[in-house]
Design a binder for this molecule. Sequence first.
Ligand code: HEC
Ligand SMILES: [Cu+2]
Length: 356
Amino acid sequence: MKLKPRLFAGLLAAVGAVVAGSTAMASTFMPPAVTSTAAEVDKIYAFLLIASLISFIILIGGMFYFVYKYQRRSATDKTAYISHNYTLEFLWSFIPFLIFMFVFVWGWKVYHDMRNVPADALEVHVMAKKWDWRFLYKSGKEVVAGLDDKGQKTPATMVVPVGRPVKLIMGSEKISANSTDPTDRPVLHSFYLPAARVKQDIVPGRYTMLWFNIEKPGDYWVFCTEFCGSGHSAMKAMVKAVPMPEFEAWLASEGGGALTLADQGKALFAAKACVGCHSADGSRVVGPTFKGLWGSNRTFDGGGSAKADENYIRESILNPNAHIVATFPKGVMPAYAGQLSDDEVNAIIEFIKTLK
Ligand code: HEC
Ligand SMILES: [Cu+2]
């Protein structure tokens, strides 16, 4: 068969072009990957793209080749009778199955790494609203968007240390915390850090989490990727990764916050009368003690259990009767929904986290 070597060379050239093209494309459309997770995501993406394109070439190329090879050559040409071929059928089912399983396991592993926050992560609270971002550190330092000398908006910049996992605890808030305007409701947003290839919806009424570990100092854009209203396209922020000493100096610099979040929470613990029913030292009063609560497993009246994480504590404060802790009375704790601002709930959670 004269055609074969040429066809083979053509296929090879096409595959080469596709590999080169997709590598070039990845660096054209995405910023350089600055986390190891991002590098893994890029590898999976390139693998899927190249595997799809090779399959495409084999399938469509094969189709054209067979159309040419088995074309009807004369009026008396008869189509050969071919029923099936077990070996071929097995191979074209089993090889794709292996490839799919390989991609599944690989993707699952990367997704698992993406979703499992390392325990020693530095935590930053992220608040999204129509249409901007606000970052809050445990030290009480708050970062918002500003204006430069020319009156141009400068994006809110989250400074983080290089080489240290950072966990974001994200919530959606009203434009103004004290607003009574019924149209001022928190809406859906999404935090997207392209350089880290991570993205997470921010949903009103609960916390969502995200983490990354940036390995290269630099400024990286953050976008909102959930259409949240007319100002959506302006919803940009920055993540600025700097070496640890620089980060520590920045955190301690002006606007450092007078009180840490935990201290604010401690003050609220007394001011909002929680202290009447909860202790911070392990003793049992009307309600469970806050000591050792964080991260522990809670068992409920009537069965069921949950881990005491940010969302559990938030719900326990705003809507205490959703779950009743076993051996404690129901309907005793007042619901604090509408009584505490988002920042106050954050502060109380940070206070509870410190009571190990
Ligand atoms: C009148 C008493 C009372 C007050 C005031 C009160 N609580 Fe409670 N709280 C309870 C009781 C009783 C429970 C256990 C029953 C339940 O799960 O609702 C509880 C449960 C909780 C839990 C879940 C604890 C666990 O072990 O899982 C949290 C968190 C909590 N309260 C936070 C607060 C905070 C924060 C405040 C103040 C803003 C507060 N409570 C004020 C009585 C109270
Ligand atoms: Cu948004």
